[in-house]
Write a protein of this length. Structure first.
Length: 344
């Protein structure tokens, strides 16, 4: 069973082929990704209409590329999977329309996949895949959630952000510091040269007693420091970046450890774009080692949006027999779509 996956939820066009025909986990055969960073950089953020148009240009050549890399013919595809949501409506429609048209032309079924389920299951593509059950931290530009995961489609929400996601806190703080788009990775690199103790920034909800997050107040605190420093920001920029990163990492670390304690589970999965942050990986890795907890991440190149995670999630759903009935290639997209709605 060969699954072609198409990701187009925001500003990356991703395509991949996964072979789910073996006895073990599905195997990634090939993948290709086009990032729109250069396209949106002049605007300081993603422009939805430009994103949609670029997906149209990139998707078919990427499909041809992965088929060539995997030595497969188009007729050997058994399923065509695509990101149904959440994401930008126009961008989602490009991927969904292409996937369903391609599936109809081949006479093969199509399957809409939840974007966050793709991130959640992406560590199964790594050299050190997890085992169920585990606690998952989904942490990206648009989402910060803690989930209990007992199997494919068996997800329980433990806590989530009440306002900004962790990735938003990185990106918005970076913009306040005058860093280029996308801000999060630039802030993290700058933080390596700074003193995280130089500024006292808040850790929202750190001691709230629950597993929810809030990062809007941190962004406001960064703005206050930037305004206070004024023209003197330049030599202090690295210190403020380091302090901002430390505040975000402190909160994510504390909530993850609290979730493990609350559930009694001994395995943690960290997925999503912020999961590539090295400071977060080091902090969680050290804490989990002390507690005898296994921590799993996707490979660094699979932390951001990609087609491999969509193909993998579809393949694992097919293996678990969790596929809805097909409806003659009719499709819709869900720009807002809680992950709990895809539970078995």
């Amino acid at each position: 069973m060969v699954v072609l996956g198409i990701e187009s939820s925001c500003d990356e066009t991703g395509v991949a082929v996964v072979d789910a025909g073996g006895a073990g986990l599905p195997v990634l055969k090939a993948q290709a990704l086009h990032s729109q960073i250069d396209l949106h950089q002049a605007y300081g953020g993603v422009v939805p209409e430009l994103a949609s148009r670029d997906h149209i240009r990139r998707a078919l050549p990427l499909i041809e590329q992965v088929l060539e890399q995997s030595a497969l013919k188009l007729g050997q595809i058994d399923w065509v999977a695509y990101t149904r949501g959440p994401g930008l409506a126009g961008a989602l429609l490009v991927g969904a329309g292409l996937a369903c048209a391609l599936a109809a032309g081949l006479g093969k079924p199509a399957l809409g996949v939840h974007h966050l389920e793709g991130h959640l299951l992406s560590p199964f593509l790594s050299d050190d895949p997890p085992e169920f059950p585990f606690v998952a931290l989904l942490v990206s530009g648009g989402h910060t959630q803690l989930m209990r995961v007992d199997g494919v489609g068996r997800y329980a929400l433990l806590g989530e952000t009440l306002d900004d996601a962790a990735g938003e806190a990185f990106d918005k703080s970076a913009k306040l510091l005058g860093l280029p788009y996308p801000g999060g990775p630039h802030l993290s690199r700058l933080a390596q040269a700074g003193d995280a103790q130089a500024f006292k920034l808040p850790r929202p909800l750190l001691h709230s007693g629950d597993l929810d997050f809030s990062f809007a107040g941190l962004k406001t605190a960064v703005l206050t420091q930037v305004q206070r420093l004024g023209d003197g920001l330049g030599p202090r920029r690295a210190d403020l970046a380091a302090a901002t990163q430390a505040a975000i990492v402190d909160v994510l670390h504390a909530k993850c450890m609290a979730a493990l304690q609350a559930t009694g589970l001994r395995r943690l999965v960290v997925a999503g774009g912020v999961g590539a942050n090295l400071a977060l990986r080091q902090r969680l890795g050290a804490a989990c080692q002390r507690q005898g907890v296994r921590v799993h991440y996707p490979e660094l190149h699979l932390c951001t949006d990609n087609g491999a995670m969509i193909a993998m999630a579809a393949a694992m759903r097919l293996r678990a027999d969790l596929v809805p009935e097909q409806s003659a290639y009719a499709f819709d997209v869900k720009p807002r779509w809680p992950l709990q709605e895809v539970c078995a």
